[in-house]
Design a protein around this ligand. Structure first.
Ligand code: SF4
Ligand code: SF4
Length: 189
């Protein structure tokens, strides 16, 4: 990989911004060779406008506005699966965090989709004690007006058993319900 092409932003402003984001994240976007392992393992990729691999690509191609306005950076759950899977050692989770901080600094927040995702995610946890991917996808897509967004991907995944059609319920759901009830008492939704 010594001979890999190094992509550099065309403008001085872009170079400075990339340097700042990379310093904050402690990683380099030029290490990425776009294999897609990060996106394949990301549990929230289905709800993202740009999955992790594409966020890195936006940064490589000097498309900072698209990266900073992406709903993906707010949907990212900081689970670090992407970072653990990356064969090039790119700390994508940390990059997502740095992008969130930069977006906040610049006053950019895509909060409508983020709120819809959070609500759909929490509804699943409240009902089943864990995430229910199919229900989460349908509820999120319905509430954001993009019902068929993941149909081409989701149906084959269901057929192969990668995504469950029916939810799995965990033991101890009563304890989870109490947590939600307490949160509502304290003013949460
Ligand atoms: S896993 Fe690493 S190298 Fe592969 S696309 Fe993601 S960031 Fe790039
Ligand atoms: S840290 Fe964020 S981008 Fe990475 S796998 Fe987890 S949710 Fe996806």
């Amino acid at each position: 990989m010594e001979n890999a092409v190094k992509l550099t932003p065309a403008s001085e402003e872009g170079r400075q911004l990339l340097q700042h984001i990379e310093q904050e994240a402690g990683t380099s976007v030029n290490l990425c060779y776009q294999c897609g392992k990060c996106s394949a393992g990301c549990p929230a990729a289905f709800a993202m406008d740009y999955p992790p691999r594409q966020i890195i690509r936006l940064l490589q191609l000097d498309l900072f506005d698209d990266a900073l306005d992406a709903g993906s950076i707010w949907i990212c759950a900081s689970c670090e699966t992407c970072t653990a899977r990356c064969p090039r050692g790119v700390d994508i989770a940390s990059l997502m965090d740095a992008l969130r901080r930069e977006a906040l600094r610049q006053g950019r927040i895509n909060d409508k989709k983020v709120a819809a995702f959070n609500k759909a995610f929490l509804n699943g946890v409240k009902s089943f004690g864990r995430t229910y991917e199919a229900g989460l996808t349908i509820q999120y897509n319905l509430s954001t007006g993009q019902l068929f967004k993941d149909a081409a991907l989701g149906l084959p995944m269901m057929k192969r058993g990668k995504v469950g059609i029916m939810p799995h319920k965990i033991e101890g759901r009563e304890a989870i319900k109490k947590i939600f009830a307490r949160s509502e008492q304290l003013g949460g939704e």
